[in-house]
Design a protein. Structure first.
Length: 128
């Protein structure tokens, strides 16, 4: 049986731009490990980064920047996250809007990361 997601892989066009978006704006932690590997850590999970054209094997069949659609549950207030992103020049594509998460109803905003992946940032309703 599957217990949880340990990590996912994002193929990116520019590691530094990706690092800025996820670490400075979303407060993930950057880590280098192994031989030239990179990751973004948060909670008990991580996102391994593969530079486009220099992916590690084995890789997804179509490993390309901008092909992901990810939802993250944030700590704190969604309004604070929205204000932080807008102040950094990140456009809010949609939201706040009601959605359904893995454990119930959520409120979400949608943005794009530097590779144009769709990023949904959410809070569970009634949990702040």
């Amino acid at each position: 049986m599957i217990k949880n997601i340990d990590h996912i892989v994002l193929t990116v066009s520019n590691v530094e731009r990706t690092k800025y978006f996820y670490c400075e704006l979303l407060e993930m932690t950057y880590e280098e490990f192994g031989e030239g590997r990179r990751a973004l850590k948060f909670g008990t999970s991580k996102i391994n980064l593969h530079l486009a054209g220099h992916e590690f094997e084995p890789k997804a069949h179509l490993a390309k920047p901008g092909t992901a659609d990810l939802c993250f549950i944030i700590e704190g207030e969604l309004e604070e996250m929205q204000a932080r992103l807008v102040a950094a020049g990140i456009a809010i594509l949609e939201g706040p809007v009601a959605r359904t998460g893995a454990k119930g109803s959520i409120t979400s905003i949608y943005v794009r990361d530097p590779d144009l992946n769709l990023i949904e940032l959410s809070v569970y309703d009634g949990q702040g």
